[in-house]
Design a protein around this ligand. Structure first.
Ligand code: GDP
Ligand code: PGA
Ligand code: MN
Ligand code: MN
Length: 604
């Protein structure tokens, strides 16, 4: 058989046989006009952004250097959980938190979708590394994509290009990650600014460590190093190898006495990770530095402590609500430019704007390209609009952010968005109880995923859409991590809720920079200095142990935010029962024991 000649296919800057044959196989299936091997250079960024401007996908911003606005197709604005599949060989290894399909069946369906799907487009080969390039065993991947938007975004979000290819060498291991927007072009056909397909599949083959994505250009569906690799595939790797791949920010907290604590926190999408990661504490003397805002990989160090690394190199942050008051460090990061903004509004001066940003524009172009005035009944920016910006520009970036050793974690926080029931902060009795808190974490649905917003659902460890294997086995893995460790060296586990509301729907706790007060209490608990009241659900700050000096929130609201209401908790129990029942036999007996103990403490 004579091999198909596709321009660029044979100009590979590598002799890696497995990579070369995979690239050829995909090119022959998808039949792009040409193949381009990405090097991650400035010149390549320039070519991509120029092409995207010419295609009408990007608008260059007048006010921020080297920055661009993109508006997606209105149907392609968030992760699509109902189209996300874990194609493990056996259905039981996928579990109840993601969809399952037999891998052979899925490959047959998707192969037909991929056939000819890059016609009229360029196929990019994007080598990337998740985590520091200097790691002993760097976690490498190669994404194939027919989207320039993906190439540009991957350059911000990952260590991408020649350096990653170099670390791959001639026979290094990598995760193949195939992506297509699924919008082939006929000869002469005019492209649309945001090509995508109504049929979408976000598919993972955990045993093969492989990702196939089709039909979407949106971040979490298309930037395959992020959720697909660093959470779904990595969680399966972590189970096999005894570490944790989690949906967590990593921050460094520095006390007035210059003591350093590293904290990791798991909140569901759009529940405050990026904000907490860049916190500017209001209490004097306390400082935060940022290491990561979305994903943490944690493994035991030689000293028996749990060390965390952020696999990413950029922030993919929720735009609405971000402003100089709530998150000044995010504003300072994006102000320097080199950023992409998706589905925000454009000002008449050629800058970006979104809800709750400073300034009261009289006229905007909304994310759908329509004229917008303050009278409009829809927000100007989509609620899940995003900025994509390099971590290196963050003014409070911790210097050790790129250290392959990671940082030793002292506290793990779980949290969600709950109007009722869940107190502002609550410390677990021990590791296993902390795992139970994570396993029963609940939150109101946000715009970060397609579907109804506001509904309360269980979101275990904020990983519901991201666990790459059976959720019951995942809980057992967490329990085992605790058993494997010297308990005095394990991080302490806390459950937080910044989103509890009063009668008139107001937030009881002011949040944002004031959350530093909660971090202070957590540190003082670790140091054995702060007191707590023992409640049926955990250890909650006692009256005077939370530093409230200079806070203008009424004390009654703070009290209300801390309250453990036995009746509310009793109403929560059937929901937890129901959740555990859906997990079935795979649920560890220790989690049932924890639930029984909670019921008993509540007098149920
Ligand atoms: P992430 O998606 O988990 O990283 O969440 P973000 O930090 O991007 O925040 C999501 C949304 O929640 C944004 O609109 C924020 O302004 C808002 N938010 C974040 N932290 C707080 C908080 O402490 N209190 C309140 N009320 N809102 C918050
Ligand atoms: P988020 O990240 O958690 O910052 O919202 C994106 C996502 O989870 O979809
Ligand atoms: Mn996330
Ligand atoms: Mn975020």
């Amino acid at each position: 058989m004579t091999a198909l000649t596709i321009p660029g296919l044979d100009q590979a800057p590598t002799t890696h046989e497995r990579l070369l044959s995979w690239v050829r196989e995909v090119a022959e299936l998808t039949t792009p006009d040409q193949v381009v091997w990405c090097d991650g250079s400035d010149a390549e960024w320039q070519r991509m952004t120029d092409r995207l401007v010419a295609a009408g996908t990007f608008t260059r911003l007048a006010d921020k250097p080297n920055s661009f606005h993109a508006a997606s197709d209105p149907s392609d604005v968030a992760r699509v959980e109902e189209r996300t599949f874990i194609c493990s060989r056996e259905a039981k290894d996928s579990g109840v938190t993601n969809n399952w399909m037999d891998p052979a069946e899925m490959k047959a369906i998707m192969t037909e979708l991929y056939r000819g799907c890059m016609r009229g487009r360029t196929m990019y080969v994007i080598p990337f590394c998740m985590g520091p390039l200097t790691a002993d065993e760097p976690k490498l991947g190669v994404e194939i994509s027919d989207s320039e938007y993906v190439v540009a975004s991957m350059r911000i979000m990952t260590r991408m290009g020649s350096a990653a290819l170099e670390r791959l060498g001639d026979d290094g291991d990598f995760v193949p990650a195939l992506h297509s927007v699924g919008a082939p072009l006929e000869p002469g056909e005019q492209d649309v600014p945001w090509p995508c397909n109504d049929t979408k599949y976000i598919t993972h083959f955990p045993e093969e460590r492989m990702i196939w994505s089709f039909g979407s250009g949106y971040g979490g569906n298309a930037l395959l190093g992020k959720k697909c690799y660093s959470l779904r595939i990595a969680s399966a790797m972590a189970r096999d190898e005894g570490w944790l791949a989690e949906h967590m920010l990593i921050l460094k907290l520095i006390s007035p006495e210059n003591k350093v604590y590293y904290v990791a926190a798991a909140f569901p999408s759009a529940c405050g990770k990026t904000n907490l990661a860049m916190l500017q504490p209001t209490i004097p003397g306390w400082k935060v530095e940022t290491l990561g805002d979305d994903i943490a990989w944690m493994r035991f160090g030689e000293d028996g402590r749990l060390y965390a690394v952020n696999p990413e190199a950029g922030f993919f942050g929720v735009a609405p609500g971000t402003n100089w008051k709530t998150n000044p460090n995010a504003m300072r990061t994006i102000e320097q430019g080199n950023s992409l903004f998706t589905n925000v509004a454009l000002t008449d001066e050629g800058d970006v704007w979104w809800e709750e940003m400073e300034g009261r524009p009289e006229h905007l172009t909304d994310w759908k390209g329509r004229d917008w005035t303050p009278e409009a009944d829809e927000p100007a920016a989509h609620p899940n609009s995003r900025y994509c910006t390099p971590m290196s520009q963050c003014p409070i970036l911790a210097p050790e952010w790129d250290d392959p050793k990671g940082v030793p974690i002292s506290a793990i926080l779980f949290g969600g968005r709950r109007k009722t029931t869940i107190p502002l902060v609550n410390e677990s009795f021990d590791w296993q109880h902390g795992v139970f808190m994570g396993a029963t974490l609940s939150s109101e649905k946000t715009a970060a995923a397609a579907g109804k917003v506001g509904e309360v659902r269980r979101d275990p460890m904020a990983m519901l859409p991201f666990i790459g294997y059976n959720v019951g086995d995942y809980f057992q893995h967490w329990v085992n991590i605790g058993k494997a460790a010297d308990s005095s060296k394990l991080p302490r586990i806390f459950y937080v809720n910044w989103f509890r509301r009063g009668d008139d729907k107001r937030f009881l706790w002011p949040g944002f920079g004031e959350n530093g007060r909660v971090l202070k209490w957590i540190v003082e608990r670790i140091e054995g200095r702060a007191t707590a009241a023992e409640t049926p659900v955990g250890m909650v700050p006692s009256a005077d142990s939370l530093d409230l000096s200079g806070l203008d929130t009424p004390a009654s609201d703070v009290d209300e935010s801390l309250k453990v209401d036995v009746e509310e908790w009793k109403a929560e129990l059937p929901l937890i029962d129901e959740w555990f029942d859906t997990i079935g036999d795979a649920l560890p007996s220790s989690m049932r024991d924890e639930l029984a103990a909670l019921k008993q403490r509540l007098g149920n």
